[in-house]
Design a protein around this ligand. Structure first.
Ligand code: C5P
Length: 297
């Protein structure tokens, strides 16, 4: 018997970053939007905990206990006194190390799959708590749709979304380390009185009404200057997508994936073609939002 869970990628439509806290994390107002690119995580009883991964970029995914999917299985098993003897298979379609929460998706997916396999009876709150232990973005991978994350991003309030948004994602060569991007944010803001991060009412309105033009005007990522500072070539990618007709462009999370909001599916396809033909990214993908959170198939 095995259980398969499908989990979406995300884009941060607003990532407002506050000053660094005593625990090294940053307070955030993080508006997550789940997008229709998915990893599928399958868990099957086995002799011991093992992880395999297939799909684009699979060779860059760690298969040891640092993989969030393995850690999710271990945490849940420890909580319920179960032997975490499962084989976790990740069928990867979310760009790896890209700022699209692929690792977080695998953590949330493995957690939900193991929970179903072991019939733990854990409540949704308990599962969200384990997600928060796994990482700041993991609870959102479970929830999907759209949500505001506060604290270090793990405390979620779900948000209404009034329509479909069309996105293009340009996948960069190589990755960017999230801690390094936050460190660069701190360096760039040294001596600056960083304001308390708050969600933009304009942006929340744009999501609620499904208005792509309004959303385009409200997109903001406070980590973008830091990501661009570490990877200046991302500016060329942003310009290429904007010149191809994107309503707006921004770095996705801590990057290096860049995100382009399009006015409709046709425009998204065109932007994607132009990006793929340019030498400014490795590949590009189109995806619709919002997408459902982690779902048992
Ligand atoms: O929580 P997670 O392990 O996903 O975070 C990865 C890294 O990103 C942290 O170690 C920290 O350097 C940075 N981070 C941060 N503030 C946040 C979230 C993440 O500084 N709110």
């Amino acid at each position: 018997m095995s259980v398969t869970v499908r989990v979406p990628a995300k884009v941060n439509v607003q990532l407002a970053v506050g000053g660094v806290r005593d625990d090294g994390y940053h307070d955030l107002a993080n508006v997550f939007l789940a997008v229709g690119l998915y990893d599928e995580i399958t868990v099957t009883p086995a002799e011991s905990l093992t992880v395999t991964c297939t799909g684009p970029g699979a060779d860059q995914v760690p298969l040891d206990r640092t993989n969030l999917a393995a850690r999710a299985a271990e945490l849940l098993a420890a909580r319920y006194g179960i032997d975490p003897a499962v084989h976790v298979h990740i069928d990867k379609d979310i760009p790896v190390a890209g700022g699209m929460a692929g690792g977080s998706a695998d953590g949330a997916g493995a957690l939900l799959a193991c929970d179903a396999l072991w019939s733990t009876g854990a409540s949704r709150e308990e599962l969200l708590g384990i997600c928060a232990e796994l990482g700041s973005d993991v609870p959102f991978s479970l929830v999907g749709g759209a949500a505001l994350g506060t604290g270090r991003g793990e405390r979620l309030t779900e948000l209404p979304v009034g329509g479909a948004f069309h996105w293009v994602f340009a996948v960069a060569e190589g990755g960017l380390s999230t801690p390094a991007v936050y460190r660069e944010f701190d360096r760039l803001n040294e001596g600056v009185d960083v304001p308390v991060p708050v969600a933009s009412p304009l942006l929340l309105d744009a999501l609620r009404t499904g208005d792509a033009g309004a959303l385009a005007g409200a997109l903001v990522n406070d980590l973008q200057p830091a990501a661009l500072s570490l990877r200046p070539s991302l500016a060329d990618t942003l310009r290429t997508g904007t010149d191809a007709g994107a309503l707006a462009a921004l770095v996705s999370g801590s990057g290096p994936t860049t995100a382009f909001l399009a006015k409709d599916a046709e425009s998204a396809a065109r932007i994607s073609e132009v990006l793929i033909a340019s030498s400014t990214c490795r590949t590009a993908r189109v995806a619709e939002a919002p997408a459902r959170g982690a779902t048992i198939l």
